[in-house]
Design a protein around this ligand. Structure first.
Ligand code: SF4
Length: 340
């Protein structure tokens, strides 16, 4: 790609130093997100996808610490220049201007994000006034427009509602309104539909897609659900035990996956085309305990193609396996290596 990314995560390492040992939650993660692109980050619980997202916003809770790597965000007024988010003071004014202003978060659980004792309008207006030079009356107008943009009926009335007066779907719409009200360039959606029913989930996904297209926003979409990824993402990053196993355009990942982990994940999804009464394949073994991460390729204890003496010894590099597609696997060792 000749275009420059809006966000570039480079060899990010985030460790948690605990009494019992060190958990290498994110251990050398690299990927880019371009303007107007939806990047899906997919993986099982504990793969490091949420810690990666928190590192982008610098909200990793202690004892978690960014040990190495960079999170680069292009400047709004000069996209050729980048700000290094990892170099910022996590409580400083630079990162506070980025959080909610340039990069907004849609959390998994809106009840935890909103206070029950203030109206949604007051909370959204507070966020708007923090990031733009507007008075209370103007902030209320922006807030009503944002509520209307997320499909909330009677926004002039609902602006004065408390979260406990709204259904789960409306609360999720309110949190999306808060996220888009300051016109961010990048939206991070952290499993935004996990806590809602299937019908509302489809509506919220449709809404996010419409907003993304209307505003040409970039989205980092974090989920464990490959179905949601297929529906939403243009580019996919597959994570396992703090590492990127494979990344590539959504069609390549779903129709021509190269990494044994991605292949196994896709084979274990039920499909309407599959023969009935045939047991679905599963990935043998279980995810190792984070304190006991295996040496070498993190997937080797469960990989049916692991080569003893190689896969269990050293970490494989990322190899080019297709157009914008990369796999961290020794099976592609002769291919060109991914370098920035
Ligand atoms: Fe399997 Fe080895 Fe590839 Fe890891 S590097 S996925 S163990 S073949």
């Amino acid at each position: 790609m000749t275009e420059k990314p809006i966000l570039s995560v480079r060899d990010l390492k985030v460790y948690f130093h605990l009494d019992e040992g060190t958990v290498k939650s994110v251990d050398g993660v690299s990927f880019d997100a371009y303007k107007g692109q939806v990047v899906g980050i997919v993986g099982e619980s504990g793969c490091g996808k949420s810690v990666t997202m928190k590192s982008v916003l610098r909200i990793v809770e202690p004892p978690g610490k960014i040990m190495e790597g960079q999170v680069l965000l292009s400047k709004r007024d000069n996209p050729d220049e980048y700000l290094d988010i990892t170099a910022m003071n996590e409580k400083g004014k630079d990162i506070r201007a980025i959080r909610g202003g340039e990069i907004a978060l849609i959390p998994q659980e809106p009840m935890a994000a909103f206070s029950p004792i203030h109206t949604i309008g007051n909370q959204i207006m507070e966020a708007i006034m923090l990031h733009s030079d507007v008075n209370k009356k103007e902030a209320r107008e922006i807030c009503i427009r944002a509520l209307s943009a997320v499909g909330m009926s009677m926004p002039e009335k609902r602006v004065d509602s408390y979260t406990w007066q709204l259904s789960g779907g409306l609360r999720q719409r309110a949190i999306i309104a808060m996220a888009i009200a300051s016109n961010p360039r990048l939206l991070i959606a952290d499993e935004p539909t996990t806590a809602i029913d299937v019908t509302t989930q489809a509506q919220i996904l449709r809404l996010l897609k419409d907003l993304q297209q209307e505003r040409n926003m970039s989205i980092l979409f974090i989920t464990h659900d490959l179905g949601v990824i297929a529906q939403m993402a243009q580019y996919v990053v597959v994570m396992y035990l703090g590492r990127v196993m494979e990344k590539g355009p959504v069609d390549a990942i779903f129709h021509n996956p190269k990494h044994p982990y991605t292949q196994a994940l896709l084979q274990s999804i039920p499909s309407a085309q599959k023969t009935t009464k045939v047991k679905l394949p599963t990935i043998s073994g279980s995810i190792p305990h984070p304190f006991n991460k295996p040496k070498g390729c993190p997937f080797h204890p469960r990989c049916t193609r692991a080569v003893n003496g190689k896969c269990n010894r050293d970490l494989p590099s990322e190899f080019v396996v297709g157009d914008q597609q990369f796999a961290s696997c020794y099976l592609y060792e002769g291919n060109e290596e991914f370098v920035r």
